[in-house]
Design a protein around this ligand. Sequence first.
Ligand code: ZN
Length: 144
Amino acid sequence: MKTKQKRSKTTIPRRPVRCQYCGAVAVLRPASEIYGDEKRTDMLYVCGHYPACNAYVAVHPGTLEPMGPLANGDLRHLRIRAHRTFDQIWQRRIMSRQSAYRWMADYFGLRVQDAHIGMFNEYRCQKLIEKSQEVLEQCGKAAS
Ligand SMILES: [Zn+2]
């Protein structure tokens, strides 16, 4: 049946979002609180045991859907590294940004719109770093 699921802004998702590290239910909190940055207006799912458990995840813009599983500090840093390595491919114009995302999506068997490093787990981040480095090494030996 069609229900009135979207009646309020404080909707709780159908299934509770749980922390993959400690199992606590995550709560929606303003990103500004977590980052200490008042300019942030987005929301995060933050582990109920935060800050003891330092895990959280962003929501898809305009929704209350988590981008993926909660990530702790290690995974977040890995994603940042993966992003930096991958971004060099298009920043150095080895591929256009669009082609680089297509290449990444193809490699992981994803649709381009699902190829978000922010959703990647450790394994995918490692793979992306490896693969991106191969591309960078093949194409940019003279650059560094
Ligand atoms: Zn946790």
